[in-house]
Design a protein around this ligand. Structure first.
Ligand code: ATP
Length: 323
């Protein structure tokens, strides 16, 4: 295994990332130079249907890995399993996964988050009725102060409360949401909600952030800014694992792509290699024939016109809001 500190330090540099992944085999389950997450024999069946059956998967530390696959491939179920929100049916027959060297099987979702693997979760109805700041403070749960000791060490708790609020403000500033801190989260646009979900996840200082379709429902004008945020998390040394259907996004920001189909890991590699893999093309085209695998040359003029119209509308809307 390579030295983690030196490996991750230079990963803002694309050439360093390419060099790091260059020697990795493009076969499903391939070994990584310094994996932060290692998964073995994780199976989840619902009745007679096997939703997930992953024999071995390693996620490289400090890079952006996309998990792709057609609808129903098992991506969300896989996320739920490794983050402790669901249990594998293979629990008794050897399911194993570890994060940053610590075993995670049988661990609750909150312990997984405390270990440093945090997933974004969607703004539910209940969270929509809370303010942006209240949502951020929820993300800090699990830190001291929640327990009875806070009554005994109140000054200490107050200090921490202040620190947490400061941290929330800094993150909101970074994600351009500070002016909205007292607004109800439900009043935010689709893109701003995604930013809030990401900012909230960062409140607990994760080592790895897992994003489930971070670009879904986000209009083109905000997509660029969201992509920039995801890349800067990686550049700051965080590991990113994300599920995404938009293949343009996947090509644009992924350092590595893992592909699932019918519950199994069927391919791995850099985006371009994976997208031209026949197993991947078959998996997608078998599911829906009109799938766009993210080659910009395939975008029709009409689609491009529509995208720029939407971007212009969003820009006009923002200018109107500012005036
Ligand atoms: N709680 C459940 N009960 C029964 N079947 C389920 C349950 N959750 C998921 N499934 C099934 O498991 C399979 C995998 O679903 P999953 O949502 O993980 O796929 P996915 O790759 O995330 O799909 P999508 O891209 O459409 O979100 C699907 O056939 C789905 O219907």
């Amino acid at each position: 295994m390579s030295d983690t500190s030196t490996t991750t330090a230079g990963l803002a540099d694309p050439a360093a990332r390419r060099a790091l992944m260059a020697g990795v085999a493009t076969t499903p389950g391939s070994a990584k130079p310094d994996p932060i997450l290692v998964v073995d024999n994780i199976v989840r069946a619902f009745g007679g249907m096997t939703a997930v059956d992953v024999g071995h998967l390693e996620v490289q530390r400090g890079v952006i890995t996309a998990l792709i696959g057609p609808n129903g491939a098992g991506k969300t179920t896989f996320f739920n399993l490794i983050t402790g929100f669901d249990r594998p049916t293979s629990a008794r027959t050897g399911a194993n996964w570890s994060f940053d060297g610590a075993k995670l099987n049988k661990t609750s979702a909150s312990s997984v988050a405390r270990a440093g693997m945090v997933r974004t979760f969607q703004l539910t109805k209940a969270l929509s009725r809370m303010t942006v700041m209240e949502n951020m403070l929820l993300g800090a749960q699990g830190q001291t102060g929640e327990n009875l000791l806070k009554c005994v060490f109140k000054p200490l708790w107050r200090n921490q409360e202040r620190e947490i609020e400061e941290k929330a403000k800094e993150l909101l500033q970074r994600f351009k949401l500070l002016e909205k801190k007292d607004d109800y989260a439900g009043s935010l646009s689709g893109g701003q909600r995604k930013l809030l979900e990401m900012a909230r996840a960062l409140m607990s200082d994760p080592k790895m952030i897992m994003l489930d379709e971070p670009m879904a429902g986000v209009n083109p004008a905000l997509t660029q800014s969201l992509l920039g945020h995801v890349q800067s998390l990686r550049d700051d040394g965080m590991t990113v694992l994300f599920v995404e259907h938009d293949m343009h996004v996947v090509r644009h920001i992924s350092d590595w792509v893992a592909v699932m189909a019918e519950g199994r890991l069927v391919a791995e590699g850099p985006a371009d290699t994976v997208m031209s893999d026949t197993a991947v093309i078959d998996a997608y085209l078998g599911a829906h024939h009109d799938t766009d695998l993210g080659d910009d040359r395939l975008l029709s003029d009409d689609t491009m016109d529509q995208l720029s119209e939407e971007a212009a509308e969003e820009q006009a809307h923002r200018e109107e809001e500012q005036s």
